[in-house]
Structure formats: structure tokens, C-alpha cells
Design a protein. Structure first.
Length: 344
């Protein structure tokens, strides 16, 4: 159960959460909090672009019946605290793997290395696939949270470090990397490096002081965290799709009438479409910016990418098995991604 992972003492004061009614006998507007990571900076934070767009569209499409109050920069707590709030109060949250995985460990299957060739393949996987629908169902059943959208956070993951150019898995030998979650630790170890979980808020200092030599994030987050100041090399291995997840309290959403719920979901879909287009347009400009800041950009050859894939995929699949994730989840995901040959 979820409560095994979180303590009730960690809840932020309920005064920050919930519905706000305007004066009068009828419900004029419902204010819903939307929490997420990162600064409210549209130039650096793709999640903020999505949140701002969603706020505007929800207000317009519901004629002000639902209004969103944005809480960037993890103002309502860390990943686990915000997910607990979403379980227990009427709110929305953009969560990362660190927030969702304690509830649905099977979400790690979607991070199999090189599962997607491009943005179109990744979007189809999450928007139309059977695996992702099952993940959504599990989240609702286990925690009372609806999975509403998969939000791009800046492109595909790239490696950075301050020790040496990395173009092949062999180049990882002996390096220490900041990891977002246990899946990244497993990936680094398969390449001969070590992985240490470090919260995003401590990543810059960890890299600056040598607690870690490198990390993995899309170019957007490297800019957002000013990591180019403490990292010299950027490797565009595009090993995993970088995403977060818009989730909402199930009781809140079920409590809306059919028309309001449909209108809200239209706003979510449109905001996500707009944010995806904006994100994809910015990727190359962000890489160019990092190069201008002095980072050496390494683009591995097809042969080198194959070496990453040949080591990373089997090691990651073995790690999923060690976590006792049922094979059916892996089978569904690989089928949806058109990679059923990995099942042989």
C-alpha cells in the first residue's frame, strides 16, 4: 500500500490544498492547486510552459468554473509529499518517476533504454499503448489518483560530466554519476560507473564539490540548473525519453459532471500538444546554447550508440526482473514500442 512509503506527518498544511468557493449560494469558481518542479521560467522549464498553458486553457474552456493556482519550484513539498497530498486532497500535480514509482513500480518499464527512436514514437506509446493504459489503471486502483497526461520535460536524456568526453560505454569506467532513481543507478553500473541518488535541488552542489562527476538530463534541465557551470562534456546519447506525469485526485475528477470533466480533459490535451510542439522546437537551440557556454558536445556514432544499446538494454531488463516486475508489463511495453524482438 502507498501508506507504507509515506508518513502522514509529511503532509503540508491542508490550508494550501483544496477547493475555494467564491461568496454566494452557488459555486462560482473552484480553485485547484497545481504543483510541479522547477522555476516558473518559460525559457528554461518546459513543465512550466505546460502548466501556464493549462491554467489559461482551463480558465477559458470552463468559463472560469475551474481556475488553477500554480505552485512551481516544489513549493508544496518534495515528490513524495506532493503525491500524498494528491491522494488525500483535491489537487493536481506534475510528478516525476520519483513520485509515481512508489505507487506503481511498473512505470520503470517505460524507461527501458532506447525504447523510442524519436518524439513521435514516444508520444504514440504513451497516448495509445496498452501498457500505459494499464499503468494508469493501476495508479487509480492503488492510490486514487488519475493519470491525466505525459508531459515532456525537455527532450531525450543526455549525459554530462566534468572528467572526460564520453562517446562509448567504456568511457564511463570509474566515474561517479548522480542518479534520479534506482533505475539510473542500474544503468550507470552496467556501463562501469557508479550511481548515487541525489535530489535535483542538491545536484549542482554535488557536481561542484565532486560528490558526483556527472549526471543525466535533457538539455533543458542542464540549462535550468546551470549545470554547464560545473560540467564540461555533453553526450547526446538520447538513451531515454524525458517525461513527467500530470496526475490528479480521482475523487475530485469523478465529482465533476460529464461536461465539465470532458472540457477539462480537452484543455489538458490541447495544453500538452502545445507544450510538446514548443519543446521539440527548442531542443537544438538549447544544445547550441550549452555549446556557447563552453560545453563540448559529443554526438556518438551509430556504432557507438549500438554499443550503449547492447549493454544498457539487457542490463536494464535484468534490473526490472530483479524488482519482481511481472513479465506481462514488459511484454506489453515492448509490443507497444514495436520491439517485440527483445522478447525472444
Amino acid at each position: 500500500m502507498f501508506t507504507q512509503h509515506f508518513s502522514p506527518k509529511r503532509l503540508i498544511s491542508a490550508c494550501l490544498i483544496g477547493s475555494a468557493m467564491m461568496a454566494g449560494n452557488t459555486l462560482a469558481a473552484t480553485t485547484i492547486n497545481l504543483s510541479y518542479n522547477g522555476a516558473p521560467d518559460p525559457e528554461k522549464n518546459a513543465v512550466h510552459v505546460f502548466a501556464e498553458n493549462l491554467k489559461t486553457l482551463v480558465d477559458e474552456k470552463t468559463d472560469g468554473e475551474i481556475q488553477l493556482e500554480l505552485y512551481p519550484n516544489s513549493m508544496l513539498g518534495d515528490e513524495e509529499e506532493r503525491m500524498e497530498q494528491t491522494m488525500n486532497t483535491p489537487m493536481l500535480n506534475v510528478a516525476s518517476f520519483a513520485g509515481v514509482s512508489p505507487l506503481v513500480d511498473e512505470i520503470f518499464v517505460s524507461a527501458i533504454p532506447f525504447l523510442f527512436d524519436d518524439f513521435a514514437a514516444a508520444r504514440s506509446f504513451f497516448d495509445e499503448g496498452e501498457y500505459w493504459q494499464e499503468v494508469s489503471n493501476a495508479l487509480q486502483e492503488r492510490a486514487g489518483i488519475d493519470m491525466l497526461a505525459v508531459v515532456e520535460e525537455g527532450g531525450f536524456l543526455a549525459f554530462t560530466n566534468n572528467e572526460r568526453p564520453i562517446s562509448h560505454p567504456d568511457d564511463f569506467e570509474g566515474l561517479r554519476f548522480r542518479a534520479m532513481d534506482p533505475s539510473q543507478v542500474a544503468l550507470y553500473e552496467s556501463f562501469g560507473a557508479s550511481g548515487t541518488p541525489i535530489p535535483w535541488t542538491e545536484t549542482y552542489m554535488g557536481l561542484r564539490t565532486g560528490v558526483a562527476d556527472g549526471q543525466m538530463n535533457p538539455p533543458m534541465y542542464i540549462i535550468l540548473g546551470s549545470l554547464y557551470e560545473v560540467q564540461d562534456y555533453l553526450t547526446l546519447a538520447n538513451i531515454q525519453y524525458s517525461d513527467q506525469f500530470l496526475v490528479g485526485n480521482s475523487d475530485m475528477i469523478a465529482g465533476w459532471d460529464d461536461e465539465l470533466r470532458s472540457t477539462f480533459m480537452e484543455a489538458v490535451s490541447e495544453a500538452n500538444h502545445n507544450a510538446r510542439e514548443h519543446n521539440e522546437e527548442q531542443v537544438e537551440a538549447r544544445i547550441a546554447y550549452l555549446e556557447e557556454q563552453g560545453m563540448e558536445v559529443i554526438r556518438p556514432s551509430e556504432e557507438e550508440l549500438t554499443a550503449f544499446r547492447d549493454i544498457g538494454q539487457p542490463a536494464y531488463l535484468e534490473w526490472l526482473e530483479e524488482r519482481d516486475i511481472e513479465q506481462r508489463w514488459i511484454d506489453m511495453a515492448l509490443e507497444d514500442a514495436g520491439m517485440s524482438e527483445l522478447l525472444d
